[in-house]
Design a protein. Structure first.
Length: 624
């Protein structure tokens, strides 16, 4: 392979700092920390961690931070084999327990894929999904022209129409698969549209007229409504016959109100005349105050007069009597002042009552002597004319409304009829095209089955034989399994399932120099001999293989594999902490000498163990 991850560094789940190879086996008992290496690799490459808290893929920073040491940030980084590109992932903790936004810088110009995930998705999906997976990875070299030739002539033009919308498909097979799905989706959408338009027809079709009302008919009805409006207005504007008795009562009431205001104005004028001038009222008020003060503070006998200062005999009782008499005149004066203030309003009201009475009397006299009384039925005829005009106006307006609604409904129903016909046609065409594409897919899948089986078997250990069945009687199936004693076994053990998914993943790795395929199967309890066989089968896998196992391989380590025993990794020393936002161009300090040995000696367990000791005894310990 052209490029792979060479070094993995991180602090999740206790941390790691080690070198791996294109094919790496990580061994150690359950709970010893094998998954931390895989999760560090995933975070730095793709920004997620797998198999965490029962979830197949975890990306949320608030969840991933739980993998970091307490009160510390989370980071992971990988260095690629070219020593130029790196992948870095980091989450910082903030105050009050908050989690910072994840920062992920993947390796530049590199597409990272996980084929085993696509394998599991295909095998756990529908039969159609699994068969499409086989066809995609069958290795068939099929052109668009070859596919069109396999289709019935009836659907070739329609297939071309769909194909024009999918020119971005990477190849003819992918285009065929997506057209099959699009045609089926188009058919389902057309069926739904047909149901909706059928509902419209059922709701409005019975009430729609046979012929659509024309614009001229609507314009004529509108003109009739305008004429009816004029007739109604004329009937309303005819003068109404007067009610003489009501006018007589109104005139009598106005005259009575006039008399009341005349009496009130007369009384106010008399009261206002009894008060005298305003300056006299003020003088008397001051004199009352002076007399009362003199009477209160006088001791009797001869005293100075408060007004002129001359000697006089003062009698307090006389002073009080005089003050009381003056106060009585003051009450009359205050009433006069109040009457004067009210008089202006009363005189204005009197004038208004005078005009109202004159108008009421004039109306009564005109109604009592006018010609209206000559026709006693005038009022009834007027009301009848108004009612008839209103009825005609209502009918004219309703006619306009009926014609307008009928025209709109007619258009809606006709549109529903057209859409229903189109939908029924599209539903049939879409379904037919999908079925035709499905037949071509089935035929191509059968053609590519043997090549697909052969490519998968290349990555299975000796003794395992992969096979798949596409037909069970008249029923289309897609059964994966291992063949033993001439029979296909689809109910596999955990170890067999792991071997098979690994082989399927290796056989379906996409081509491309900028593609890094990472094969990290779920851990299974292999025995040492089977593990060695799996490793030998994957020695030439085109991707980077990372296997975790609780046991070690039996015998010599297969060529090209790096074996890491997590129990031998020294985790006591803290892992070096990169900068919060490390630049992808920076290179970590690596043990170049150890890396060189790892490339020269296939059995080198590049896990930080002593190289010299390994070269002295390269044989791995046999399984107990």
């Amino acid at each position: 392979m052209s490029i792979f991850v060479r070094r993995v560094v991180g602090n999740l789940k206790g941390g790691c700092d080690l070198e791996i190879g294109p094919r790496t086996l990580i061994t150690g008992p359950n709970g010893s920390g094998k998954s931390r290496i895989v999760n560090t690799l995933e975070l730095a490459l793709s920004g997620f961690a797998s198999d965490i808290v029962g979830r197949s893929e975890l990306r949320q920073g608030a969840d991933l931070i739980a993998l970091a040491p307490q009160d510390d940030h989370l980071y992971a980084e990988v260095t690629m084999s070219d020593d130029k590109s790196m992948g870095v992932y980091r989450i910082d903790r903030k105050k009050k327990g908050a989690t910072g936004r994840p920062i992920h810088t993947p390796p530049a110009d590199l597409e990272v894929v996980y084929p085993i995930r696509d394998v599991l998705k295909a095998l756990r999906g529908t039969v159609s999904t699994a068969r499409a997976f086989v066809l995609r990875h069958s290795g068939l070299d099929v052109t668009d022209e070859a596919i069109v030739e396999r289709l019935p002539a009836t659907y070739r033009d329609l297939y071309g129409t769909f194909a024009a919308a999918h020119t971005d498909a990477p190849n003819a097979i992918e285009r065929l698969l997506v057209i099959r799905d699009d045609a089926a989706a188009s058919s389902r959408a057309a069926v739904a549209s047909a149901k909706a338009n059928t509902t419209i027809l059922n709701a409005f079709g019975a009430d729609v007229p046979a012929l659509k009302p024309t614009d001229a008919q609507i314009a004529e009805a509108q003109q009739g409504a305008r004429l009816a409006t004029g007739v109604y207005n004329d009937a309303v504007n005819v003068p109404e016959a007067p009610d003489v008795e009501s006018l007589r009562i109104a005139a009598a009431g106005a005259i009575e109100s006039l008399r009341e205001w005349e009496a009130k104005v007369t009384a106010l004028r008399a009261a206002a005349a009894n008060g005298g001038a305003a300056n006299v009222v003020q003088l008397r008020t001051a004199l009352v105050t002076l007399l009362e003060a003199h009477a209160t503070h006088s001791s009797g006998g001869v005293e100075d007069c408060l007004m002129c200062g001359s000697q006089m005999r003062v009698d307090p009782a006389q002073l009080r009597d005089r003050a009381s008499a003056l106060r009585g005149t003051l009450l009359n004066a205050q009433e006069a002042i109040t009457a004067q203030r009210q008089l202006g309003h009363a005189e204005h009201a009197l004038e208004t009552a005078q005009r109202t009475a004159e108008d009421a009397v004039a109306l009564f006299q005109a109604a009592n002597t006018g010609p209206q009384l000559a026709d006693a039925n005038a009022a009834g005829e007027r009301q009848a004319a108004i009612a008839a005009a209103y009825a005609n106006l209502t009918e004219a307006e309703n006619k306009v409304l009926r014609l307008t609604e009928a025209q709109v409904t007619w258009d809606k129903v006709q549109q529903a009829r057209d859409l229903l016909a189109d939908a029924e046609r599209e539903a049939v065409e879409g379904k037919s095209l999908a079925n035709a594409c499905g037949e071509v897919i089935d035929s191509l899948t059968e053609d590519g089955r043997s090549q697909f089986v052969m490519s998968v078997n290349e990555f299975l250990p000796e003794g395992d034989e992969f096979d798949l069945v596409l037909q069970a009687g008249a029923r289309e199936v897609c059964s994966f399994g291992l063949r033993r004693d001439g029979m296909l076994h689809t109910a596999l053990s955990g170890a067999e399932w792991a071997r098979l998914t690994l082989a399927l993943g290796a056989a379906t790795i996409p081509a491309g120099d900028n593609v890094l395929a990472v094969l990290t199967p779920e851990e299974r309890a292999y025995d040492g001999q089977t593990l060695s066989a799996v490793m030998r089968a994957l020695s030439e896998a085109p991707g980077q293989v990372v296997i975790t196992s609780p046991v070690k391989p039996r015998g010599r380590t297969p060529k090209g594999w790096t074996v890491i025993d997590v129990e031998e990794i020294a985790t006591a020393a803290p892992v070096a902490d990169p900068d919060p936002e490390p630049a992808p161009k920076k290179k970590p300090k690596l043990k170049k000498k150890a890396t060189k040995k790892a490339s020269q000696v296939s059995e080198t367990p590049t896990n930080g163990s002593d190289i010299a000791a390994f070269l002295a005894d390269p044989q791995p310990k046999a399984e107990a």
